[in-house]
Design a protein around this ligand. Structure first.
Ligand code: 6GU
Length: 225
């Protein structure tokens, strides 16, 4: 998969060089290109923002630099993602769907957002998704894009060493994950549940399913509907 991200703060994406994603990059399982939006300005001050028509607080991102940047990266296989608290909720199913794409472009806005014509223009050139991480406000799309990239990239075959852990984890079956324990069996007087020490794999599977159901019912009952 190829991923491009456009931002006025390219440094936010340095964390993608760490750990499993860093390894996946080094092994060419994913190609990630980060672009500084200011490189697509024409004026001496490298201006990317301006005041909104109609008035109101704050600054908006100007269309021109975004147009130049998108023209450079969009191909016939591109899905453009605009991270925004006003977007569709990002879920595990979203990650699974986007993990099948050949090319993703993350267009990361700051300030009060991007001139709407940039989104409309992108729609005329590529598939476009506006996606939110949840019901809270971040200062810009970068941190959200990094979270989405991690959730998507780890589903690409070869990125996670142990493919079984993908199948077993939280949300993969629509349930939260059951609790897990490792040695020692008694730690500070706290015992590991007996069944996990029993060696009875059918009983262990049943216990884990029950724990996952109980936890989901308690913490996220809406996932069971
Ligand atoms: Cl995707 N962007 C911003 N700026 N804030 C958010 C978000 C995205 N998701 C939740 N809050």
């Amino acid at each position: 998969m190829r991923i491009d991200a456009i931002s006025i703060f390219p440094d936010f994406f340095q964390v993608l060089d760490i750990s499993l994603l860093g390894k996946a990059k080094a092994q060419d399982l994913i190609e990630i290109n980060i672009h500084d939006l200011r490189d697509f300005t024409d004026d001496k001050h490298r201006t990317v923002d301006d005041t909104p028509f109609g008035g109101g607080a704050g600054m908006l991102m100007k269309a021109e630099p975004w147009g130049q940047a998108l023209d450079k990266v969009i191909t016939s296989e591109t899905i453009v993602i605009f991270p925004s608290p006003a977007g569709d909720l990002f879920k595990q199913a979203t990650a699974q769907e986007l993990a099948l794409a050949k090319h993703l472009v993350f267009a990361c806005g700051r300030y009060e957002g991007i001139d709407q014509r940039v989104v409309d223009y992108a729609r005329s050139k590529a598939q476009v998704r506006t996606i939110s991480l949840g019901d809270y406000v971040l200062n810009g799309g970068e941190v959200a894009a990094v979270a989405m990239i991690e959730a998507i990239a780890r589903l690409i075959p070869g990125v996670i060493g142990n493919a079984d852990s993908l199948a077993e984890e939280s949300h993969s079956e629509g349930l939260l994950e059951y609790p897990s324990y490792t040695k020692p069996a008694n730690w500070r007087g706290l015992e590991v549940p007996e069944v996990l020490l029993s060696g009875n794999h059918a009983e262990i599977a049943k216990w884990r399913k029950n724990q996952a159901l109980g936890r989901t019912r308690q913490v996220r009952p809406e996932l069971l509907d």
